[in-house]
Design a protein around this ligand. Structure first.
Ligand SMILES: *Cc1c(COP(=O)(O)O)cnc(C)c1O
Length: 427
């Protein structure tokens, strides 16, 4: 199988797959050049088909919190697979998964499994609309919630990297129901509520926005959203597809002490397989089919292989007290990066095991400030680091991720590479 190099494979891929990739950011358009192809990955390292070994800070965009191919998860997947891949009728793993999620995220009273983060946010918004019998949704500039029609307005992630935040193919009537507001702007949120009294079904946000780089909610901002939603009967949806089980057992909502009405999950919960989930208040969740009028379904939802992978990863995280170790590694990374960038007009932001280096003096508190970053400098830095064996996300507008498999030696090597890469890139 591994007889072609990355360039040959990509040339071939371009003939068969739009842009040569199955998800746009992988095409390296944010940094130029061509993507490498992966032969295999283990722990914190990726081995490319060209025989290069890389320290990986993408972690398949977040799911690989134990590192790549952890023994426990691989064994669980093989064990479950040997008894059947999917039945389309309940299996015991689904009950255990629901119980585990509820134990870790107390705001979730009932939960339903889906197959991606996009499905989770799409379903949560539909449920909020069905529950409130209202149509409008507030979202925040730079927050990415998957490629859901009504949420692909001023979104982050690939939609931002590619300069097309408003995708073609979305009827303007859909986008009209989506009100976008800058993050960390209390006055704008108040005004959006005042101008649409009694019409807002849901407010959806990444409580820690990590799809336009990484910035944090300012004190009081999440509290304001909670109180405006409570006052107006609006459903508050925390999209924790990225932050869920990464920042703490209970995600960003635990760290900031805010109880959302609904939460969406994905990434880590699948242990590397395609999984998402949405859950929250039982009185809202009971509006879902078959109990309620809001339809939602999935042929492969809750299949035993994906459940086994996710459950095993979550259980191991809990058993190892993973979050304090991730904080320790994050701290080490931050010390190294701060040393490497001292005196340079760059902004490093971190929470737990997530981080972003903006090529801009800062501050960065919202999308407008994130977009001030110098993407050409970032691209030069990215390639210089990659040439030296360190793989950061191929876009200025993505977060980096540490895993429990990263070692102090990896981090020290990364610091050394960053110093060189910044020099080579002329920064
Ligand atoms: C990744 C992500 C999604 C989309 O998840 P997919 O599995 O790619 O559909 C949604 N919301 C957030 C916050 C994400 O980071």
């Amino acid at each position: 199988m591994v007889t072609q190099n990355s360039h040959e494979l990509f040339t071939e891929a371009l003939r068969h797959i739009p842009g040569g990739v199955n998800s746009p950011v992988r095409a390296f358009r944010g940094v130029g050049g061509e993507p490498f192809f992966v032969a295999e990955a283990e722990g914190s390292h990726i081995l490319t088909v060209d025989g290069e070994e890389l320290i990986d800070y993408v972690g398949t965009w977040g799911p690989a919190i134990l590192g790549h191919a952890p023994d426990s998860v691989i064994a669980a997947v093989c064990g479950a697979a040997s008894r059947g891949l999917s039945f389309g009728i309940p299996n015991p793993y689904e009950v255990e998964m629901a119980r585990t999620i509820k134990d870790l995220v107390p705001s979730i009273e009932k939960v339903r499994m889906v197959n991606s983060g996009t499905e989770a946010t799409m379903s949560a918004v539909r449920l909020a609309r069905g529950f409130t019998k209202r149509d409008k949704v507030i979202k925040f500039e730079g927050c990415y919630h998957g490629h859901v029609d009504s949420l692909l307005v001023k979104a982050g992630s690939g939609a931002l990297t590619h300069g097309t935040p408003d995708s073609a193919g979305i009827p303007s009537a859909f986008a009209d129901l989506t009100i976008t507001v800058p993050f960390n702007d209390p006055a704008a949120v108040r005004q959006a509520f005042a101008a649409n009294k009694g019409e807002i079904a849901a407010v959806i946000l990444e409580p820690v926005p990590a799809n336009a780089g990484l910035y944090l909610p300012e004190p009081g901002f999440l509290e304001l959203l909670r109180s405006l939603c409570t006052e107006s009967g609006t459903v508050l949806i925390f999209d924790e597809v990225m932050t869920g089980f990464r920042l703490s057992p209970g995600g960003a909502q635990e760290i900031y002490g805010i109880v959302p009405d609904l939460t969406t999950l994905g990434k880590i919960i699948g242990g590397g397989l395609p999984v998402g989930a949405f859950g929250g208040r039982a009185d809202i969740m009971d509006h879902l089919s078959p109990d309620g009028p809001v339809y939602q379904a999935g042929t492969l939802s809750g299949n035993p292989v994906a459940m086994a992978a996710g459950l095993t990863q979550l259980n191991e995280l809990v058993a190892r007290g993973g979050w304090s170790e991730l904080e320790r590694l994050g701290n080490l990374m931050e010390e190294g990066v701060r040393e490497a960038i001292a005196g340079k007009p760059l902004t490093f932001q971190r929470i737990g095991s997530m981080f972003c280096l903006y090529f801009h003096p800062g501050p960065v508190r919202n999308l407008a400030e994130a977009k001030l970053a110098d993407r050409e400098k970032f691209a030069r830095f990215f390639h210089a680091a990659l040439d030296r064996g360190v793989y950061f996300a191929p876009s200025q507008f993505e977060a980096g991720f540490l895993s429990l498999a990263h070692t102090p030696e990896d981090i020290e090597e990364t610091r050394r590479v960053m110093v060189e890469a910044l020099a080579v890139a002329g920064i």
